[in-house]
Design a protein around this ligand. Structure first.
Ligand code: SF4
Length: 296
């Protein structure tokens, strides 16, 4: 057991005792309301979905095919493995009726060896009737909703063109929790205009919400994003972390997060050819090893 914080494997062990689980990322062909004009246009300034969607996911394949391909990949090495269908790309609760969404999620959990689902979305795309449907699915197999919160500072949310507020995050987490649905929050450290104290304030506020996990990562400036072009033109100020500074910040974050909240990860590691800054070239486990040394 990790002596410093509840990590993802401990969290999964609580939900699925004695079972080894692996997430299988799915691109189910969703779009994003912050791109198509429903909520905003242009998207969040740092977002290039290609930088965080695994290459093996293709919306050309059905959800079932993507899961079966993922299972096949892991089956030889880990025959006992069970899977979480991870609806990851874009906003996985948007643009379809609740009935269709429910059918899609149910189809995923009915596939052999799929023990639960994770649904990545925005805090303003989780209507009550969807929460009701997720609550019913959750009675059969665990449902985890992963919400992109990024920061608790509305000023920054505006600057990065998120087009939602922290109040939306509070509202969504409470409504999900009321129905017994596990919730994870996604936060980014190093957003334009923010310093370490802002990041710590977001973590502090997140810990006051009824959530089960936090996923942190450093801001990455990635090719093909408005963030990069604004940064190159001098329209926005980005101060990339040094690895040492980010490790120090993560030590402080670990000390703030109570043991009942899992810290799923600290690092984003987009394909190196897409990352402009910071270029640490580390995998998640390598960063975790460095952090454990710091914590020791
Ligand atoms: S981060 Fe999410 S909400 Fe923002 S533009 Fe990308 S897909 Fe849309």
């Amino acid at each position: 057991m990790n002596p410093y914080y509840k990590d993802f494997s401990e969290y999964m062990g609580e939900i699925f005792p004695g079972v080894k689980v692996q997430k299988l990322s799915i691109d189910a062909g969703f779009t994003c309301p912050n791109r198509d004009g429903s909520i905003g246009t242009g998207g969040c300034i740092y977002c290039n979905n290609a930088s965080f969607t695994p290459g093996y996911c293709s919306p050309k394949d059905s959800v079932e095919t993507q899961i079966l391909k993922g299972k096949e990949f892991f089956r030889k090495k880990y025959p006992e493995m069970k899977y979480l269908a991870y609806f990851q790309s874009y906003t996985n609760t948007f643009g379809k009726s609740v009935k269709i969404l429910e059918e899609m999620y149910r189809n995923a959990i009915e596939i052999e060896d799929v023990v639960g689902i994770i649904i990545g979305t925005r805090p303003d795309c989780i209507p009550d009737d969807l929460v009701g449907a997720l609550s019913e699915i959750n009675k059969e197999k665990p449902v985890i909703v992963e919400i992109g919160a990024e920061t608790s500072k509305d000023e920054t949310l505006h600057l990065i063109n998120r087009n939602h507020t922290w109040n939306d995050v509070e509202d969504a987490t409470k409504r999900l929790n009321d129905q017994g649905i596990r919730t994870g929050l996604h936060l980014i450290a190093g957003l334009p205009g923010e310093n370490n104290e802002d990041v710590l304030a977001s973590v502090r506020k997140a810990c006051l919400l009824p959530i089960d996990s936090i996923k942190m990562h450093q801001l990455q400036v990635v090719k093909g994003t408005p963030l990069l072009s604004k940064w190159e033109k001098g329209e926005i100020d980005v101060v990339p972390f040094s690895l040492k500074d980010y490790l120090d910040l993560c030590v402080r974050i670990v000390k703030m997060i109570p043991r009942n909240i899992c810290i799923e990860r600290f690092l984003a590691s987009s394909p190196p050819e897409m990352v402009v800054s910071p270029k640490w070239g580390l995998k998640n486990y390598q960063f975790t090893n460095l952090l454990m040394n710091e914590l020791r």
